[in-house]
Write a protein that binds this ligand. Structure first.
Ligand SMILES: [Zn+2]
Length: 266
């Protein structure tokens, strides 16, 4: 089953993934709807680094934590740098110590913590390992897919918490779809180098030497190569470039836009 839009009168709309992790966790993806930001950031921009009014972002983040019934200081985001760096929140103190640190994935076994990745076209990966109840979110645009951040995350989950990839559940958020995500030669080469066996399935040629990248398929390949079972991987069908009524799109807006949050809570 894919992400479903929860849109009830008087409540903040958001997408969620019914039944993810056998309902032991909540996997949420915010939309651009329901916030107070203006212009290109209209309206539920959750990224402070975008050029938007920070007070508006603070208000928007409060709307989200209220809707999810989470304390504001337990919504944890990173300074995302398109790396494969994983940040582990192992102790309660880590929540405040490590929030905002450089990295592109968060792992925790703590409860009532909204671990979160911000994105606009990039894909977020949600992971749940039933062994020791560990959750993770990772930021995987083409750089994260090529860096195989999903595999780094699973390795860290195994090392720190004993997770077994074959028992883990994964979900891939809405992202730029292969329908719209045209890439240049530099990205083409990076994908070919990272996926020498399968790159032809990850790039679609649409004439005149134009190549379109299938980011979901790439991240799915990384997850499966790391040992996650295909039947335990859920993939969103939403394309953030096609659906700018619902989502911010970095490409669709020439870079000046807001950010959605992929959030995982147990
Ligand atoms: Zn599209």
């Amino acid at each position: 089953m894919g992400f479903v839009l929860k849109n009830e009168p008087g409540q903040l709309p958001y997408l969620y993934l019914p039944g993810f992790g056998k309902d032991k966790v909540r996997a949420v993806f915010t939309t651009r709807l329901g916030g107070v930001s203006k212009g290109s950031y209209s309206s539920l921009n959750l990224g402070y680094h975008t050029g938007d009014d920070p007070d508006a972002v603070t208000t928007n983040r409060r709307f989200v934590t209220d809707a999810l019934n989470i304390e504001e200081d337990r919504l944890i985001t990173l300074n995302q740098i398109h790396s494969d760096r994983v940040v582990v929140l192992d102790r309660e103190e880590d929540l405040q110590l490590k929030k905002g640190s450089n990295g592109d994935a968060l792992i925790t076994h703590l409860s009532n913590v909204a671990i979160s990745i911000l994105c606009a076209d990039c894909q977020a990966i949600y992971l749940y390992g039933p062994c020791n109840c560990v959750i993770a979110v990772a930021h995987a645009g083409w750089r994260g897919a090529v860096a195989k951040i999903a595999a780094s995350c699973l390795q860290e989950m195994s090392k720190v918490y004993g997770s077994k990839p074959a028992d883990c559940y994964a979900a891939l958020s809405p992202a730029a779809g292969a329908c719209c995500y045209e890439v240049g030669e530099d990205v083409y080469r990076a994908i070919k180098d990272a996926f020498p066996e399968t790159f032809r399935d990850l790039l679609e040629e649409k004439g005149n030497g134009r190549w379109f990248f299938n980011i979901s398929q790439s991240n799915c390949t990384v997850l499966q190569d790391a040992g996650v079972l295909r039947e335990n991987i859920s993939i969103s069908n939403f394309c953030t470039i096609c659906r700018q009524d619902l989502f911010f799109s970095y490409r669709g807006s020439q870079g000046e836009t807001g950010r959605m949050a992929a959030i995982l809570i147990q």
